[in-house]
Structure formats: C-alpha cells, structure tokens
Design a protein around this ligand. Structure first.
Ligand code: AMP
Length: 379
C-alpha cells in the first residue's frame, strides 16, 4: 500500500510517501510559513496544493491508497488509530482546548486532504493513544475531582506512537513476545519522555496534562514546584510569559545556554562548568525516573534509549548508566560508542538488565498503523 503520512503543524506541514510493503520512503518534504504572508502558502489548503504539485511525478506512476495523520491529542476517547469521518474530525476538534497549538492544525490538515482527495481514506494516529492503558492511580493528580470533570485535567502522556513502536522493536530484538515484555523506554529528543511498559502496555509515562511535565528537555523545564508559577504571577508575569518561560526558555537551554546535546557535551568536555551541571541535572533526574519505573513495571527486562539524544549521544547514555549502578546496570563502552541505524544491545554481558538503543521512526509507525486500520475496514 502507498500511504501519505502527514504531520501538520500550525504553520508547517511535513509529509512522507511510504510503501508499506517495502517500507521504502518514496518522497518527503516540508512546507513552511503557512499563513505567515511573505510568499508562504495562504492556508493549509494551499499548502496541500503544493504537496500535490511536489508529488505529481511520484503519484503519476501509482496513486495513493490512504493518508495517515499524526494527531497530537486523542483525549480519553481514542485508544487506537481510527478511520476518519466527519464525526471523528469534530471529536478531534473538541479536544482543541487540551492541545491548543496542535489539534487545530491537525484538523486543518485533515480538512485540506478531504477537500483535495475526498475519496482517499484517512486515518488518525494519536500521540496519546498508547497511554490510554495508564491505571487511574498513575493518571490522577491529587487535586479536586471537579477539575478533572470540568476541564479534563489529568495525565495523558505523549510520544505514544514512538514509545509503542520502540517497545515492539525492542521486544523483537530480545526475542520476547511483546505481550510479555516489561521495559522502561526513554524517548530523548528535543522533547523528552519516559514510559513504563508492563506486558507490552504503557502503565506510566512522564509527560502529563501537557508535554511539559517530567524530565528536563531541550527548552522545557519538566517537573517543578507548581508554587513557582503562582509566585511568578505575583511578581507580575502574565500567563503567556510563564508559558513561554517554561516551554521555550527553560530546560537545557536555560541550564547550559544551548539546547543541542552535542554542543553541551563538547562544552562540558572542554571544562565548561555550566554545561557539566546541565548534564548532571538532566541525567540525575532521568536516572531517578528510570529507577522509579523499574519498580512500577515490577522489574524491567530492558532499558531502551531512542530519539535524537537517545540514539546518538553515547556520552549522555553513559552518564545515565553511571547513575544506575544500584540496579546492576553497566554498559559495554565499545558497544555504547557504535554509531548505527540498527536496533542494538549496548550493555555489558554481566549487566543485570540489558540496555538497548532502538531507533524510532514515527512516520513508519503511522504508515503501519494506517495500513492496519484500512485492512480492517470491510469493503
Ligand atoms: P529529535 O527531537 O529526536 O530530533 O532530537 C533532537 C535532539 O537530538 C537535538 O536537540 C540534539 O540535542 C540531539 N542530537 C541529535 N544528533 C545528536 C548527536 N549526534 N549527538 C548528540 N545529540 C544529538
């Protein structure tokens, strides 16, 4: 099958055409500056026209069979990918308040495809869906229930498509049926999240009501005392200023003055104290969470690293592993330094728990999920 994978943002649209039989990427691209004037496409419809023009050559040989959309928030309703119709589109739209930057853009992407290729089946793949198996004791905040009922304030979790894909590949690599697999999966990219996987299902994850909770990220603070927000508001900061502070100006960027892990590791190795402290704060918090999730899953059979930092930064992986000695974990320093696009084991043979690097591929996962939904539809 030939699937167009769409990741639609408020002012950008990323796409890939994939052959699900050969797993080949047949085209990909990025349309930027949507609706920003100065020559960019007017709206998502115009952006889709550009995609269609760019794909003319590819599609002349063989048309598309389906479209798979990355949709950020599936709320409490969506626990798996679904075939899109008008009712589903409206349901995604009703979740706009929970993901004000993302869901409206996802809906614009869906409507632009519907207008352009009305006959083409479309599937929504939700970033929250894998975490719908969180038990209530993991998703509840200790605040009045009225806030949950009125506003849906609870923990949802994100990066689900990546966590699910990586869990499947890791189980495969170890020869364990995924339904019997317990693991701690660390998605370390610009956004960072950790998932506790028990019997192949997510039972806890570090991002919560929004992707701000949890670990230290490129520009996001992760966990902090919520009173800090109230304190800052009393100092005269507005809600928008606090939002920007915690989402864009915090994390590694605030600690080290840079949010690129390569630059931070280089700086720390040349004696920069701020960079060294940024690495210490980040690896310490991550190791603390890994220890907690090892307990949560009843003993992990693997610790798995993925995404930009997890796949590429041997130095950061080593810093985290050095803090996990109490779990009997140790890396094979040569295996850890190997650079590869393949899933692999990087722990020492006598490590109590295997440590893996498994490259993530959200587009491949979305294409696979789309294929599954389309095949299940009676024709
Ligand atoms: P992602 O969001 O998964 O694309 O990850 C992006 C992050 O991965 C960047 O901010 C970098 O910090 C990090 N990264 C990418 N390549 C490398 C590398 N070779 N070494 C260390 N960090 C890397």
């Amino acid at each position: 099958m030939r699937v167009l994978v769409i990741n639609s943002g408020s002012s950008s649209l990323k796409y890939q055409v994939r052959d699900t039989t050969t797993d080949e990427v047949q085209a990909n691209g990025l349309i930027e500056r949507i609706g920003e004037g100065n020559g960019g496409p007017l709206d998502h419809g115009a952006a889709m026209d550009l995609v269609a023009t760019e794909l003319e050559g590819v599609l002349a040989r063989r048309p598309l069979d389906a479209v798979g959309h990355r949709v950020v928030h599936g709320g409490e309703r969506f626990s798996e990918p679904v075939l899109i119709n008008n009712e589903i589109t409206r349901a995604i739209e009703r979740l706009n308040p929970l993901a004000p930057l993302h869901n409206p853009a996802n809906v614009l992407g869906i409507r632009a495809i519907t207008a352009k290729w009305p006959e083409l089946p479309q599937v929504a793949v939700f970033d929250t869906a894998f975490h719908r198996t969180l038990p209530e004791h993991a998703w509840r905040y200790a605040i009045p229930d009225s806030l949950y009922r009125k506003y849906g304030i609870r923990r949802y979790g994100f990066h689900g498509t990546s966590h699910e894909f990586v869990t499947g590949r890791a189980a495969q690599l170890l020869g364990i049926p995924v339904s019997e697999f317990n693991a701690v999966v660390a998605h370390l990219g610009n956004g960072v999240s950790l998932t506790a996987v028990q019997s192949g299902a997510s039972i806890d994850t570090s991002m919560g009501f929004t992707p701000l909770e949890g670990l230290v990220m490129g520009t996001r603070s992760g966990d902090l005392d919520p009173s800090i927000l109230v304190f800052l508001q009393r100092q005269g900061m507005s809600a928008d200023e606090i939002d920007k502070l915690l989402n864009r100006d915090s994390g590694l960027k605030a600690l080290a003055g840079d949010n690129d892990m390569r630059a931070i590791v280089d700086a720390a190795q040349s004696g920069d104290q701020r960079a060294a402290m940024a690495l210490a704060v980040t690896s310490y918090r991550l190791a603390k969470y890994i220890g907690g999730y090892h307990v949560a899953v009843g003993g992990a059979q693997a610790i798995v690293f993925t995404a930009g930092i997890g796949e590429n930064s041997s130095a950061f992986r080593q810093l985290v592993a050095d803090r996990l000695g109490a779990l009997g974990i140790s890396l094979d320093s040569d295996a850890n330094k190997v650079r590869s696009k393949q899933a692999r084991v990087i722990s020492a043979p006598d490590s109590a728990i295997p440590v893996l690097v498994v490259p993530t591929d959200e587009e491949a996962a979305i294409a696979e999920a789309t294929l599954k939904v389309i095949q299940a539809v009676p024709r």
